[in-house]
Design a protein around this ligand. Structure first.
Ligand SMILES: Cc1cc2nc3c(=O)[nH]c(=O)nc-3n(C[C@H](O)[C@H](O)[C@H](O)COP(=O)(O)OP(=O)(O)OC[C@H]3O[C@@H](n4cnc5c(N)ncnc54)[C@H](O)[C@@H]3O)c2cc1C
Length: 313
C-alpha cells in the first residue's frame, strides 16, 4: 500500500513528491504518463519564477533540475497513464491504463488543464514561440509592442485588459460581432483607448521562421478580406480542457465535487470533497495557472497528506 499516489508530474506533482518524501513518507509514487515536467516544458523561456532568471534557458531546462531534486529524496516515478481513481473503504485504488492497479492511503491529483487550440495554420508550429495562451506568463515579452488576442469570452477580454497595461496596442479578434463576456468587462474594454476590437474575424495564419512568430493574417468572415499584422505576439483564449478524466467513475460520474467547468473544488488545504483525496495545480478551481502557484499547491497538499497519514498511524 502506498502512503501517497501522486498523479501527474508537472510542477504541482513534483513539488507534492518533494514535500511528502522529504517530510518522511517512505512510500510515495508519482504516476506521470510522459516525461516529468508538465506543460511548462513546451515553453521557450520562463521569466516569472522567482530565483530563476536565465534568459538562455527553456522551460525544459528549468524543469530538469526539479526532477533531480525531487527524486533525490526518494520519490518513485512510474511512467504510466492513470485511468481512474476510486475509493474503496478507507483507501484508494489507482487503476492504470495497462489494467494494473495500485492501492494508496492518499491521492494527490495534479493532472493539469490544457489550453484548447483554435486550429489555425501555424498555431502548433509557433506555440510557445510567439503564440501563447497566458498573458501573465508572456505579456511582458511584448512590453510597449502591439499584440493580438483571439477570443470573445470572459477570459479573452480579462487577459486583453491585463495586456493593455503592458503592451502598446491590443487587437482583439473575435469571430462574431457581439462578445460573450460579462457586460461590465465589455464596458471596461471599451474605455481602454489602446484596445481595438476586430469583430467578424478569425486568425487565418500565424507565420514566422526559426526565430519565432513574425506576424498573423486575420480574415474577415463576412467579406473574406485578409489583413496582415506584422511584429505581434498572439494570445489565444478559446477555453481549457481540464484533465479530470481520472476522477470519473465507470459511469462517467465525478467521484468528488467539481464546478461547471470540471475544475476540482478544493479548500485552502487542497482537500477535495473526498477524505484523503487532494487536487493541486491547474486542475483546481480558481487556479492562477502559473508554475509558482502550482508548486505552492503541491506543497500545501503534501503537508496535508503527511498529517493524514500521521493521524491514521
Ligand atoms: C507554452 C507555455 C508557456 C507557459 N509559460 C509559463 C510561464 O512563463 N510562467 C508560468 O508561471 N507558467 C507558465 N505556463 C503555465 C504553467 O506551465 C502551468 O500553470 C503549470 O505547468 C501547471 O502545473 P500543473 O502541475 O498543475 O500541471 P501540468 O504542468 O499541466 O502537468 C500535468 C501533468 O499531468 C500529466 N497527466 C495528465 N493526465 C495524466 C494521467 N491520466 N496519468 C498520468 N499523468 C497524467 C501530464 O502529462 C502532465 O505532465 C506556461 C504554459 C505553457 C503551455
Amino acid at each position: 500500500m502506498l502512503d501517497c499516489a501522486i498523479i501527474g508530474g508537472g510542477p504541482a506533482g513534483l513539488t507534492a513528491g518533494l514535500y511528502t518524501t522529504r517530510g518522511g513518507l517512505k512510500n510515495v509514487t508519482m504516476f506521470e504518463m510522459g516525461m516529468p515536467g508538465g506543460q511548462i516544458t513546451q515553453s521557450s523561456e520562463i521569466e516569472n519564477y522567482p530565483g530563476f532568471f536565465e534568459h538562455d534557458k527553456t522551460g525544459m531546462d528549468f524543469m530538469n533540475t526539479w526532477q533531480k531534486q525531487c527524486f533525490h529524496f526518494g520519490l518513485k516515478h512510474e511512467m504510466k497513464k492513470v485511468e481512474r481513481v476510486s475509493k474503496t473503504g478507507e483507501h484508494f485504488t489507482v487503476t492504470l491504463e495497462s489494467g494494473e492497479s495500485v492501492e494508496a492511503m492518499t491521492v494527490v491529483v495534479c493532472t493539469g488543464s490544457t489550453p484548447k487550440r483554435a486550429g489555425f495554420k501555424g498555431e502548433d508550429a509557433f506555440f510557445g514561440k510567439g503564440v501563447s495562451t497566458c498573458a501573465t506568463c508572456d505579456g511582458f515579452f511584448y512590453k510597449d509592442k502591439p499584440v493580438t488576442v483571439l477570443g470573445g469570452g470572459d477570459t479573452a477580454l480579462e487577459e486583453a485588459l491585463y495586456l493593455s497595461n503592458i503592451c502598446s496596442d491590443v487587437y482583439v479578434v473575435h469571430r462574431r460581432d457581439t462578445f460573450r463576456a460579462a457586460p461590465p468587462t465589455i464596458e471596461r474594454i471599451k474605455k481602454k483607448s489602446n484596445i481595438h476590437l476586430i469583430t467578424d474575424s478569425v486568425i487565418e495564419e500565424a507565420y514566422g521562421d526559426a526565430m519565432g512568430l513574425a506576424g498573423v493574417k486575420i480574415r474577415n468572415v463576412k467579406t473574406d478580406e485578409l489583413t496582415q499584422m506584422e511584429n505581434t505576439g498572439l494570445f489565444v483564449f478559446v477555453g481549457h480542457n481540464v484533465q479530470n478524466e481520472v476522477l470519473k467513475d465507470e459511469n462517467g460520474a465525478f467521484i468528488c465535487d467539481v464546478n461547471d467547468w470540471g475544475q476540482v473544488i478544493v479548500d485552502l488545504s487542497m482537500k477535495t470533497s473526498v477524505e484523503g483525496l487532494y487536487a493541486a495545480g491547474d486542475i483546481r478551481i480558481e487556479a492562477p495557472k502559473q508554475v509558482v502557484s502550482a508548486a505552492g499547491d503541491g506543497a500545501v497538499a503534501a503537508l496535508q497528506v503527511i498529517s493524514t497519514i500521521q493521524e491514521q498511524a
